[in-house]
Ligand binder design. Structure first.
Ligand code: 0PR
Length: 380
């Protein structure tokens, strides 16, 4: 650190310079991210609550109440307004918290968790931290887990099973109803990772798209991860983890005697109330109607892209939600050329080209993308 500070103008200039090197969602060129520009009202709320700390909620009772309201609204979206939980930093913290609870429920030696092989890498982190062994179950052609394989992999040591509602690579939704049955039969904890799908599936269903059940309406589901900083249009960092019953939270408690609350259940200690305020603002401003419209528009752009890619000779499976993958015998060359042309795209582990159609991807961006793909294919 330098001895003397610089002027405000100089600091701002340095910040602007750094920011100019970033890609922006507004450009419409980011087709690889599950995040997007937050709603203006959520960004404003975030800034206004910057100094709040929900690690010491007695000092910020108003903010704590916004967190409770936000959790209640997400719970009602997920079929259980009584669900208890927290606004957290994102899907990783949410998944770690859920598996922590599952481990504390079971108290089994050498605990194992059976989860789909498509699970996000946050579970690998959770497993290493919590001393869990992950048993990965096979997925079928449609990229959803084979419930029969999950069942086969359950042992005396299994403490939990995990299902994914909107997996990272394909947006595929596991048969959570079948997993719920297995969990109930075997007396196992079931966690659902709906980090991405939680703000998509309820609205897809209302829009008449096929959408599988995945939430607390299935009685075996014990906890759910849903990220407001993905399709919830809240700023990073905003995740959430909800539990069917408050008793799960009690298992996470540590004593925090010198704070305004005697016990704490979150992984983080000092934690931002800005996220809670921003999530509350986004949910309250948009309501179900607003989110339905967001999802409708994303799906329209998704289908526009699919039709266009099909007409260019790509192999494009029917998408589960606003995540589209496509394939072609010359996919390496196509991916490379699209990147050279400034498109941020990603690849699945199998090698398909993957697009996440977030709200910043508008019809005109999709049309430009298709024009570029057409030119790239012509030159092959
Ligand atoms: N669960 C699922 C199903 C996810 O897709 C992700 C993240 C997580 C959990 C973990 O969430 P956090 O990253 O909030 O902790 N999925 C994307 C990924 O890691 C997130 C992402 C976001 C990727 C923005 C790229 C990007 O630009 O692939």
């Amino acid at each position: 650190m330098q001895e003397k500070g610089k002027s405000e103008a100089e600091v701002r200039r340095l910040l602007r310079e750094a920011r100019r090197r970033d890609l922006t969602y507004a450009s419409g060129r980011i087709l690889s991210s599950m995040c997007t520009s937050p709603l203006p009202i959520a960004s404003q709320a975030f800034c206004e609550f910057l100094e709040t700390n929900l690690g010491d909620p007695g000092l910020f009772q108003g903010t704590k109440n916004l967190e409770r309201e936000a959790v209640k609204a997400i719970g009602s979206l997920l079929g259980n307004p009584e669900a208890k939980g927290f606004i957290v930093s994102g899907g990783t913290e949410a998944n770690i918290t859920a598996l922590f609870a599952a481990r504390e429920v079971a108290k089994v030696a050498k605990p194992e968790v059976v989860l789909p092989s498509t699970a996000h890498f946050s579970f690998d982190k959770a497993a290493r931290m919590l001393g869990l062994r992950l048993i990965k179950a096979e997925v079928g052609e449609d990229n959803t887990v084979l419930a029969s394989d999950v069942e086969r992999k359950i042992t005396q040591r299994t403490i939990a099973i995990v299902g994914i509602a909107g997996n990272t690579e394909y947006g595929a939704v596991d048969d959570i109803a079948a997993l719920s049955e297995i969990a109930l039969e075997r007396g196992l904890y079931l966690h659902v990772d709906a980090a991405f799908g939680g703000f998509v599936l309820p609205f897809l269903k209302e829009l008449g798209y096929p959408a599988r059940d995945f939430d607390f309406s299935l009685s075996g589901v014990c906890s759910i991860t849903v990220d407001p900083h993905k399709m919830g249009l809240a700023p990073v960092p905003s995740g959430s983890v909800l539990f069917r019953e408050a008793s799960y939270l009690e298992l996470l408690q540590v004593e925090s005697p010198y704070l305004t609350q005697p016990r704490q259940c979150t992984i983080l200690g000092t934690r931002s109330g800005a996220s809670a305020a921003a999530v509350f603002a986004a949910l309250t401003y948009l309501g179900r109607e607003g989110y339905r419209k967001v999802v409708k528009e994303c799906m329209e752009v998704t289908h526009l892209l699919r039709e266009g890619l099909l007409s260019l000779g790509m192999h494009v499976p029917e998408p589960w939600m606003n995540i589209l993958v496509f394939d072609h015998s010359r996919r390496e060359a196509i991916a490379q050329e699209l990147r050279t042309r400034g498109w941020a795209i990603s690849r699945t582990r199998k090698g398909e080209i993957r697009l996440v159609i977030m709200p910043h991807v508008k019809k005109e961006h999709a049309e430009q993308f298709l024009r570029d793909v057409r030119e790239v294919v012509k030159k092959l």
